[in-house]
Design a protein around this ligand. Sequence first.
Ligand code: CUK
Ligand code: CUA
Length: 867
Amino acid sequence: MGNIFDKLSKILIGTTVAATFLTASSGELSKIMKKRGLTETDIIHAAKTYTPTGGRDEFIVFSSGGQSGHMLVYGVPTMRILKYIAVFTPEPWQGYGYDDDTKKILAEGKIRGKQITWGDTHHPALSETNGKYDGKWLVINDKANPRIAVIDLNDFVTKQIVVNPVFKSEHGGSFFTPNSKHILEACQYAAPLDNNYHPIEEYKETYRGGVTVWSFDPKIGRIDANDSFTIELPPYMQDLSDSGKEASAGWGFTNSFNSEMYTGGIEVGMPPFEAGCSRNDTDYLHVYNWEKLYKLSKDPKNVKIINGHKVIPIEVAVKNDALFLVPEPKSPHGVDVSPDGEYIVVCGKLDTHASVYKWSKIKKLIDNHEYSGKDPYGIPILDMKKALHGQVELGLGPLHNQFGAKWKDGVIYTSLYVDSQVVKWDYKNLKVLDKINVHYNIGHLCGMEGKSEDPQGKYIIALNKLAIDRFDPVGPLHPQNHQLIDISGKKMDMLVDMPIPLGEPHQAVAIRASKLHPEVRYKMGTNPFTGNSHPGKTLAGQEHIERKGNHVYVYGTVVRSHINPERVTVNKGDTVTFYLTNLERAEDETHGFTVDDYNVHASLEPGKTVSLTFKADNEGVFPYYCTEFCSALHLEMMGYLMVKDPNKKYVSAQKLKMKSMSKEQLKAEYDKTVAVNSATDAVIQSVVKFLKANHYEKYPVVKNLVEDALDQYSKIKEQKEKSDEAVKAGDYEKAVLFENMIWQYMVKTADVGIRAKDLLVRKVATPQSPAAQAGERAFGEGGCSGCHVIGKVSSGPDLTGVLQRHENGEQWVKDFIMNPASKYKEPYVKGMIDYFNLRMPNQHMKEQEVKDIIEYLKWVDKNANLF
Ligand code: CUK
Ligand code: CUA
């Protein structure tokens, strides 16, 4: 094992102090390594990725969720999944597709009137300012049902879905331009741009591809379909694309794989598509000046209107020197533009090479009108050799590229699908630098901010298509496998695997975590989908039910732990709309809402208002309830929807004779409840005193909790008034109920208040030495905490001050822990045994643990005033 501790300490702390510390615990570590069969390298990989509880990641990855139509969010280097974002597919937890507003978003994705509830998501893109990620917006495409969705990174929620009006399939999207004013989206399978039938025999004449240039407003994060247009392209099956940067800003680049314009036909005796599409030695890289074409699209004489959408015909683009073709090795796949916009790297897929084009060379050919020919549609073709910087043989099946932090020195990483490898190479000096094996068949690879003008290096994630034997078997359908690779050294280092059981994530994008600033609560009564106040916004005290003809509107609120109103009665056949506002301001106090049997569900994050509409077409009694375990009284957070048939006569059930309590009994119960409340209140007051004395307001996290607690506490006054009123009227039964409500508010106050106090103790206490920390751990894990609670007498005595209680206290405590029985006869211990009716057991602690516990107890004594 030799120098593993040196290596580890370098990773962990980078000092020799750490090495000493590690050597001390090395016995334990080597035992675990042996038991689990771990090598030194494994331990180093663990140290590079493991993040202790509460720790955060350096990068956040947004990965396509493939056929799930969702996206997923995870952290690097921990590879912990943080969220699924619902995009094209309903997602019950978030209420996506189960409340009115999210149904509306999903309905934006209807294609020619048809609701589509899935998506084949491929390429996410993050918004950019001056070519750098700004952490504001995320977009992703749907290949099967050509659509693009916009996700708001303020709350990680999909806010817009836009259908491509002319494509029947799309793939080369989405790609933001460097200032996020536009998004490029390229077609995949060519088809007629109109919606009519055209025979396949007229493929060349009537089938088309294209690139749609969507206008995007980065201020509000919405696509403006009216300001957008499509560049008509030949039916070459456009593929991956990238938008130009810096030197090539304003231009776009799109690959293709069927310049043969083959149309298949196995059933009529023709060879399959796969043969016909790869007959020619070269296909075409489309090079187009989208910026110029955007300006031209404003003039109606430059566009055809197809399905209500502007399309610039090929001739118009050619006439204006805005569309060119450059031959590229047959059926390539990825195309990626270098951060300075000068190099365009095309991956061979069927060719073992990557082809590096130079923008200045392409531009020169364009400016000099130096063409080697024209394609059948009249598009000028540039000479491949004259446009190339060079080619490098990388291996079998090169698919996609990512630039590293040293991109200026030519460092780039490319995935090799067939070889199942990532290759690091130099696109400037055209040589291979390093290769690493992945498991198995990698598609995209994701660098940290690797698609921006500011690649961060550090890590590459291999997005592998097959997992085969990597994980515990879960049936014939295997998870996908994302592998994290450390690229900070000279050689690439494979760190960890993460199974993805959601769909095939083609591409992922990563951003520095520090650039994301999502909010933790909505402004009270917000509709997140408009950003405005929701028409159904209801504040405390405004709850009511309104009937308009056959439509019943419930203006309700939810807050720990009740839904107001709790009873809603409607007629069978009525339409019912629940408007619900979550009145909570506390972080993470989300409530859920459903009505049994009616297929509706909402997620109510703090401050949000949602609306749920359904037809009450079944008679009966339907509980509604909160679906998030939001508080101790979560199960009580419920109500009843009662649906009556107005045409039925209901015979009332015979009233049961219930025994009722005497007035004296009720008064006694009332007195008891009041006494419990004032005792609880005394506890609360002592916590409040502590919080104030220790200046809780100086610590924002504590302050938030205290505010939430006081919020709960402030509601007591109104309940007390109601209770007093009931007493005055002699109605003790009602008074008891109100006193119980007071107690509920007190419990909620105490719950949050004590959480605040615990946090505050940690903030104001003197820092713990490593030994005291280890001692606290041993105290918890060794069983001491089973009977002893610091600051309190529980099933054993309070240990605050225990070191002072005995002569030569430290030694005494040590001896007692190591061998309790030796002291059972001492009068003090005997007294304790009698009092608690328990004997201190021997926990068989190690000497070091006992020493640490004593350090911990010293720390407790130093901070005794806090407990
Ligand atoms: S594509 Cu899947 S591996 Cu849709 Cu970006 Cu290349
Ligand atoms: Cu609110 Cu459970």
